[in-house]
Design a protein around this ligand. Structure first.
Ligand code: PLP
Length: 240
């Protein structure tokens, strides 16, 4: 049986390897463990193996899991990232329970998160989701809209702007995938070059999953979101 601890170790080794191949330092890339559909016990196992940052897609599931994990006496404090698309009626739960959100793609969602972030918590860390390859139905703002959205978020006091996030579709070749990943990094670079107030912590490119993390790292990702590579295949059959 392959344990979560050993799979975590192997994913970390893959990150180190990918960094070495492109001349980057492994410390430049944060591993986000995507625990969606897996129980609190799986998070506990990963946490006891040293993992600290966890990502959840489904808000309600995430909020329940955060509470369950916080009640476990042997689990240290963890960092929780919301990486699923957010409807307006879910912003309050995100603002109250998560440390990061990667999927802000319009001003209205940013404004609600800002207004609903509790005063006793640190500002919510925010990435702008960009859509570099899809049609209009895919979530994420267009690369052209990203700068204006960044400026909007930078002006909101309870939000801390961190960078961009994207979920590119799989491509038929490594080169095609790399080209799409580079488009995301180009959006990140363009906003940094534009500068401005609120960009002091503009340091995050959330890009790459189990299947494409090496390519994403080669393109400049600073945070890979890995689910099945750590926890195994997902089973959605029990989901409503
Ligand atoms: C599920 C998910 C992941 C992790 O996917 P794996 O292929 O299991 O690594 C990463 N990012 C987002 C936004 C996801 O929804």
């Amino acid at each position: 049986m392959t344990t979560i601890a050993s799979k975590l170790q192997s994913v970390r080794a893959q990150i180190t390897d990918a960094c070495q191949k492109c001349g980057r330092q492994p410390t430049e890339v944060t591993l986000l463990a995507v625990s969606k559909t897996f129980p609190a016990e799986a998070v506990r196992e990963a946490a006891l193996a040293g993992q600290r940052a966890f990502g959840e897609n489904y808000i309600q599931e995430g909020v329940e899991k955060i509470a369950a994990v916080q009640a476990m006496a042997d689990v240290p404090p963890l960092q929780w990232h919301c990486i699923g698309s957010i409807q307006s009626n879910k912003t309050k739960l995100v603002a109250q329970h998560f440390d990061w959100v990667h999927t802000v793609d319009r001003e209205k969602i940013a404004q609600r998160l800002d207004a609903q972030r509790p005063e006793h918590l640190a500002p919510l860390q925010v990435c702008i989701q960009v859509n570099v390859d899809g049609g209009e139905t895919k979530s994420g703002c267009s690369p052209e809209e990203a700068l204006a959205l960044a400026q909007c978020i930078a002006a909101l006091p309870r939000l801390q702007l961190r960078g961009v996030m994207s979920i590119p579709d799989p491509q038929p070749s490594h080169d095609a995938m790399l080209a799409v990943h580079r488009k995301v990094v180009a959006v990140f670079d363009r906003i940094r070059a534009a500068g401005g107030v609120g960009l002091e912590q503009w340091d995050t490119v959330s890009l790459g999953m189990t299947a494409d993390m090496q390519t994403a790292i080669a393109a400049g990702s600073t945070m890979v979101r890995v689910g099945s590579g750590i926890f195994g295949a997902r089973d959605y059959s029990s989901q409503a």
